[in-house]
Design a protein around this ligand. Structure first.
Ligand code: SF4
Length: 136
């Protein structure tokens, strides 16, 4: 990563980093695009995404990362289930089978909607207060 970041500075190039390491994302990225089952489900500048994650998958990913201020006995979150097979055939939300917040509306096609001027999410329930409470 040091070499890549050095080259980025020297050459003035953009870097597209694909990773599940959210610590690395926090340290290096300007902008984050979160994908699940072949779909873009959320995007925002890095600070906005870490401060206000909106999609349940993004939120679960962030809760699964250990933090330096964590209590020693903190249990990291895990996401139940597995990525569905043939997810390209799912008409509604592709995360619904693993999401503790799913409701009937989640079976409908999910639009990629604006949450703020530079923050988009693919979850029809993302603006509801319930989703801001820890669930898993
Ligand atoms: S659309 Fe429904 S099932 Fe999908 S992430 Fe949002 S709340 Fe969960």
């Amino acid at each position: 990563m040091e070499l890549i970041l050095k080259l980025r500075e020297e050459v003035g190039m953009a870097v597209l980093l694909i990773t599940h390491d959210m610590g690395l994302v926090a340290q290096t990225a300007d902008r984050v695009l979160v994908m699940y089952a072949g779909q873009l489900i959320e995007q925002a500048p890095v600070l906005e995404l870490f401060d206000h994650p909106a999609h349940p998958y993004t939120r679960a990913l962030l809760r699964s990362v250990p933090g330096i201020r964590d209590e020693r006995d903190r249990v990291l979150a895990s996401i139940q289930g597995i990525v569905p097979e043939r997810y390209d055939r799912i008409k509604g939300c592709r995360f619904a089978g693993r999401c503790p917040h799913r409701r009937d509306v989640c079976g409908n096609p999910q639009t990629y909607m604006e949450l703020g001027p530079d923050h988009k999410v693919r979850c029809s329930r993302a603006k509801e207060a319930e989703l801001n409470e820890p669930c898993c």
